[in-house]
Each structure stands twice: as structure tokens, then as C-alpha cells.
Design a protein around this ligand. Structure first.
Ligand SMILES: Cc1cc2nc3c(=O)[nH]c(=O)nc-3n(C[C@H](O)[C@H](O)[C@H](O)COP(=O)(O)O)c2cc1C
Length: 222
């Protein structure tokens, strides 16, 4: 019974890349955050700190971020992956191509794919953006706990019909985000989550990603 409900949520959730402008009521955002905080964390430290923008604050942030991207180089607090090889490279390509295919972007059309990449900094039109940070002293384990928080946030949002997308692209501009939101330097900015109601008719939301089967994941011992 519970597993069915959870599996439905897990299956229905997807990264949304086109949102309606309609805002999510503040009580619902609070419910989403309250649910997400139920995830486990090492020593129950609950390291997640969350800035959430709404209304004109989101629009001002979107403008400032787009301006930042044009004028400065990426400098994330947490180093981005040094590479994607083998199956990880394949999966990365597959999901990229699925997005471009949905949008009618031909393979090799770098202008169009770069334009789509820039949609990240427009927050895909979302009315809200959450910026997740964790105390630097907790290191990778704080980040790990926050990963659970991000997933639970997305599922709780989905349960209320609210779509979301975790975004590393946004936090590539670490120093800017620290300044803009007055997030202290003893916190690592890990991830953004743009969220709102999905534009279900937009082609960017028309594809779904695949998952490897359990046999590819589990190394049974006994
Ligand atoms: C930590 C994290 C960072 C991500 N950053 C981005 C991003 O910057 N831009 C983007 O379009 N998608 C981003 N994604 C979404 C992934 O591409 C997406 O989760 C993956 O392709 C699986 O698709 P699904 O979420 O629709 O199931 C991110 C996901 C995670 C978990």
C-alpha cells in the first residue's frame, strides 16, 4: 500500500524544464520543506539551510544570475565532477539527447543546445527557487544529507502537484550566490531547486529518463 504510493510519486516526478508563472502558496512550500526535513542525517544534524525566493525576488534573482553568467566564470563551492566515463558518459549523453530531441534540436547544433543550457539561468521560468547550503565543517556528509533532502523535497512537491528540478548549473556561481543571498562563507552552496507548477504542454517536459534495472545495481552476496 505505502510502497505503491511512494512508487507512484517516484515515477511521476521528473525534472521539469518549463514552468507556469503561477506561484505556489506559502503554506504548501512550508509543507514541502517540513516533509523533506524528515530524511535521515548523520547525528540528526539536519544540515540543510534553504533560501527560497518568491514573486519579484525570483525575477530579480533570475535577472542577476543571467547577468552574472554573462560576465563571470563558474566557481562552484563544491567541485563539479572531474569527468563522466563509460556508462556514466552514456547516460549523460542519452538524457541530453532526449531533451534536445524533445525540443527539435539537432545533434551538433551547438548554438541551439547552448541556448537551451542558458534556460538553467532563467530558472526554466519557475516562480520559485530554493538554494540549498550546508555547513562546510560537515563536509561531504553534510552534502550527502542534503542530497536526501533534495530528493524528499522533490517528492513532497510532486505529492502536491508541484514540479521541480535540482540544478547544479545555478550553484556554479558560488561567490555570486554567497554575496547575493548573504550566505556565509562557512556554508557550502550545494544545489538549487527551481519549482512551481509544470507547463505540461511544453516539449521540454515531454520526455522521461530511463533507469538501469536492479540487476545492474546490486552485487548480491549470499
Ligand atoms: C544534484 C543534481 C543537479 C542537477 N543539475 C541540473 C542542472 O543544472 N540542469 C538540468 O537541466 N538538470 C539538472 N539535474 C537534473 C538531472 O539531469 C536529472 O535528474 C536526470 O537527468 C534524471 O532525470 P529526471 O530527474 O527527470 O528523472 C540535476 C540533478 C541533480 C540530482
Amino acid at each position: 500500500m505505502h510502497l505503491n504510493a511512494l512508487t507512484t510519486l517516484l515515477t511521476e516526478r521528473h525534472s521539469c524544464r518549463a514552468f507556469l508563472a503561477r506561484p505556489v502558496p506559502r503554506e504548501q512550500i512550508e509543507q514541502i520543506v517540513a516533509s523533506a526535513t524528515r530524511v535521515p542525517s548523520w547525528c540528526n544534524a539536519q544540515p540543510w539551510q534553504v533560501v527560497i525566493t518568491s514573486g519579484t525576488e525570483t525575477d530579480q534573482f533570475r535577472d542577476a544570475l543571467q547577468n552574472e553568467v554573462e560576465t563571470s566564470a563558474p566557481a562552484p563551492d563544491l567541485p563539479f565532477p572531474s569527468g563522466y566515463s563509460g556508462v556514466y558518459k552514456d547516460r549523460r549523453r542519452t538524457c541530453g539527447w532526449a531533451l534536445y530531441k524533445a525540443l527539435g534540436i539537432e545533434k551538433g547544433d551547438r548554438t541551439a543546445s547552448a541556448r537551451q543550457m542558458l534556460e538553467n539561468y532563467a530558472l526554466f521560468g519557475a516562480p520559485h527557487c530554493a538554494i540549498i547550503s550546508s555547513p562546510a565543517e560537515l563536509g561531504p556528509y553534510g552534502a550527502m544529507d542534503c542530497g536526501g533532502f533534495v530528493t524528499a523535497f522533490a517528492l513532497a512537491a510532486q505529492a502536491l502537484g508541484v514540479a521541480s528540478i535540482p540544478q547544479a548549473a545555478v550553484v556554479a556561481y558560488g561567490p555570486f550566490l554567497h554575496r547575493y543571498f548573504a550566505i556565509s562563507d562557512d556554508h557550502l552552496i550545494l544545489c538549487a531547486i527551481s519549482f512551481g507548477y509544470p507547463d505540461k504542454d511544453h516539449p521540454a517536459n515531454s520526455f522521461r529518463t530511463e533507469r538501469a534495472p536492479p540487476d545492474d545495481v546490486i552485487d548480491w552476496r549470499g
